[in-house]
Design a protein around this ligand. Structure first.
Ligand SMILES: Cc1cc2nc3c(=O)[nH]c(=O)nc-3n(C[C@H](O)[C@H](O)[C@H](O)COP(=O)(O)OP(=O)(O)OC[C@H]3O[C@@H](n4cnc5c(N)ncnc54)[C@H](O)[C@@H]3O)c2cc1C
Length: 671
């Protein structure tokens, strides 16, 4: 059995990373040329890692299932990326970013990792600006910042509502330079289907060429998994349709522990579901909560009239609106963290105040911002006695500049003009804080097997603050892994090429081929999506925003049943030696069906409410915090790291006890 050792360096928090870097073993430039590294996934985490490792001199082989790294799910990131630059002079610092992140994650993350993240956050911005990423700038040409949930400063750098796309272009250009030099071999349209372990070390992967169907063996001295999150276990989520857990799950089955699988983020501002035939949900960025106010009507008569379309939201007078976040959380208002905002919206909708047909929607309203910005603009432009129409027009132009593409996206999907009527929003699955367990070096419990970006569990605890995922992915790829992996690879300078004609590769390849053959030969009658939707419904109803013991036990049993039916009844059309999207999906859903059960098991084990994990049994019963989530530090201040034992339900729990030496464990209050 592997022993959990977080390998956090000794010494004061502020010196750990610097001292560590001073002491680790290095690989000299000539030796780097003899070392191969596999990077699976070329989103922001994998793309930045691949580019940096190649720039350092390693031979990199990189893989993605899309036709280009440009299409990784990272491209969808809208709102921004955090860094403690304190450009706004509003009191930000590394410590404050660290503090906000640990508190925002409800004290379920590792202090040393989060402090390091804060320390390197500023470097990310410098790196990306040097690459030409067009971050928003203020009137004087300096980089602009806005605020995101759960913090009292403005530290979010952004490029309109397309920050992920611009950052990905930066990482992609850095990769392309290395592809052109021959230092990165890029395998587009290749899906990793297993890892190969030789003498306890990760030494290669088995991939399927998604165009020809060919199964290939690739070897290296170390393997890095950067394959993103597993939010699509819910079927409906804001993730890209292809986002999946396969690589993470395969390495879990080969010895990598899976940490905190139940820590999922349900994002408060998504376009509500419109019906049963939908396969994707759309995010409206959290940045909108800088200027948008969230409300539902105070009176049930108004709710009914709105649902029956007898009344428009703009007709409801101010005094008849319940700005429930501002009411409940005056200190943070509309910018409370996502878990808090989502639960508050659900509470209002469960109480019957939802404003659409299904009763699952609240308003996000910009009318006050139009007025505020409009009056300011009228002053700036010397327009005295501006009419209300003129003020609104001026205000709208500022909002358009800040979030124009998001407003356009909303209008295209809902067919309503959000400048004229408030947006409707509802929480949806968005991000997974859980993932593969890694130590301080970002190494999993398998030697030489690393995991970075959303695929690992690392820095966000039980709830991720907005704009922190891009920060973590790029910190891992540009600034952390390139150091820590060198320490490991320094032992491999004399190893030579890793052969692929060995029994370990034979065995892994056979497993992959057998599974594909099973899918092609199974004469089932039901589509892959049939099972995925069924799984998603169980996950949302019983392992979603509210969880309880009975529901979680039912969920485990039901997921097992769906899985058994899947293996009997799944039907995969087409051929294995061609591009076959149903075959790809079948493999991914098979893995979700196992991960889902472990997810529910983890949620059942954690009988406390923390961050996005809300156990209905664990709620504050009185005092100022009445009705809020109740954490239990005495019994649950640990990372759950699950070891695979043949079936997801039999997984064995290992606990990494979390120590808080530089931050006081407190009840999280945003009031
Ligand atoms: C709509 C939306 C908006 C967001 N906005 C923000 C934001 O404003 N700020 C913020 O900080 N975060 C945001 N996030 C979160 C953030 O975008 C993601 O957490 C982050 O981009 C994940 O990056 P990644 O590199 O870890 O994974 P991804 O970008 O998902 O990349 C995964 C890569 O792995 C590859 N891959 C996967 N499986 C395999 C396999 N088996 N074999 C080969 N390749 C594989 C894929 O091809 C891809 O290249 C947002 C998320 C969503 C859904």
């Amino acid at each position: 059995m592997t022993t959990l050792n977080s390998k956090v360096p000794k010494g004061p928090l502020k010196d750990k990373w610097t001292t560590y870097k001073d002491k680790i073993d290095l690989v000299n430039p000539a030796n780097k040329r003899n070392i191969d590294v596999i990077v699976v996934g070329t989103g922001l985490a994998g793309g930045s890692a691949a580019a940096t490792l190649a720039e350092l001199g390693y031979n990199v082989k990189a893989y993605c299932y899309q036709d280009s790294p440009r299409r990784a799910h990272s491209i969808a990131a809208q709102g921004g990326i955090n860094a403690s630059k304190n450009y706004m002079g509003d009191g930000d610092s590394d410590y404050r970013l660290f503090y906000d992140t640990v508190k925002g994650g409800d004290y379920r993350s590792r202090e040393a990792n989060v402090y390091r993240l804060a320390e390197v956050s500023g470097n990310i911005i410098d790196q990306c600006v040097a690459q030409g990423v067009p971050f928003a700038r203020d009137y004087g040409g300096l980089l602009d910042n806005r605020s995101f949930g759960g913090v009292l400063v403005s530290r979010t750098f952004y490029a309109k509502g397309q920050t992920g796309q611009q950052l990905l272009l930066g990482a992609y250009s850095a990769m392309n330079r290395q592809i052109a030099r021959g230092k990165i071999e890029m395998y587009n349209r290749h899906e990793m289907l297993d890892v190969v372990i030789v003498d306890g070390k990760a030494r290669g992967i088995i991939v399927r060429n998604l165009i020809t169907g060919e199964i290939e063996r690739h070897s290296a001295h170390a393997v890095v998994i950067a394959t993103g999150g597993y939010g699509n276990v819910y079927f409906l989520s804001t993730n890209a349709m292809g986002s999946n857990a396969t690589a993470a799950w395969k390495i879990h089955k080969k010895g990598a522990y899976f940490a905190n699988p139940c820590f999922t983020q349900i994002h408060p501002t998504c376009i509500p579901r419109s019906g049963d035939y939908q396969s994707k949900l759309t995010l409206m960025s959290e940045s909108l909560r800088n200027d948008g106010r969230i409300w539902v009507p105070k009176n049930m008569d108004d709710v009914m009239a709105i649902r029956e379309r007898k009344l428009k939201p703009v007709d409801i007078a101010e005094e008849n609106r319940d700005y429930f976040l501002e009411r409940r959380y005056p200190a943070f208002g509309n910018l409370v963290p996502r878990d808090v905002a989502s639960r508050a919206a659900k509470e209002r909708c469960d109480a019957g105040y939802g404003v659409n047909k299904t009763g699952e929607a609240v308003y996000l309203d910009f009318a006050a911002a139009f007025q505020r910005y409009g009056k300011e603009q009228a002053k700036i432009h010397g327009i005295s006695n501006a009419t209300n129409e003129k003020i609104i027009e001026l205000g709208e132009s500022i909002i358009k500049e800040k979030y124009g593409n998001l407003f356009q996206m909303y209008e295209k999907i809902i067919d309503e003009n959000p400048y004229k009527t408030p947006m409707m929003i509802y929480p949806a699955t968005h991000y997974t804080m859980g993932g593969v367990w890694v130590d301080y070096n970002l190494m999993t419990t398998v030697n030489g097997l690393y995991c970075i970006g959303e695929a690992n569990f690392s820095d966000h605890g039980a709830n991720r603050l907005g704009a922190s995922a891009l920060m973590q992915g790029l910190a891992d790829g540009y600034f952390v892994l390139p150091y820590t992996i060198g320490d490991y690879l320094s032992d491999d300078i004399r190893t030579g090429k890793i052969p692929t004609n060995t029994p370990e590769f034979d065995e892994a390849e056979k497993e992959v081929k057998d599974r594909i053959d099973f899918f092609m030969n199974n004469k089932g009658s039901k589509s892959v999506d049939y099972f995925h939707k069924k799984l998603g419904k169980v996950m949302w109803d019983k392992v979603g925003m509210g969880r309880n013991e009975e529901g979680l036990k039912d969920a485990m049993a039901e997921i097992k049943e769906i899985r058994e039916e899947f293996w009997k009844e799944v039907k995969v059309p087409g051929d294995k030696n061609e591009m076959n999207l149903e075959l790809e999906k079948a493999g991914r859903v098979a893995d979700f069906l196992e991960l889902g059960e472990l997810f529910a098991k983890d949620a059942l084990d954690r009988n406390e409410s923390c961050g996005g994990h809300f156990r209905e049994e664990s709620v504050e019963l009185d005092g100022e915090q009445k009705g809020e989530a109740k954490r239990n530090d005495k019994d649950y201040a640990y990372v759950s790291a699950w070891e695979y034992k043949g079936k997801p339900g039999d997984a064995v729990l290992h606990k990494e006890q979390l120590e808080f030496k530089d931050i006081e464990l407190k009840q999280r209050s945003y009031k």
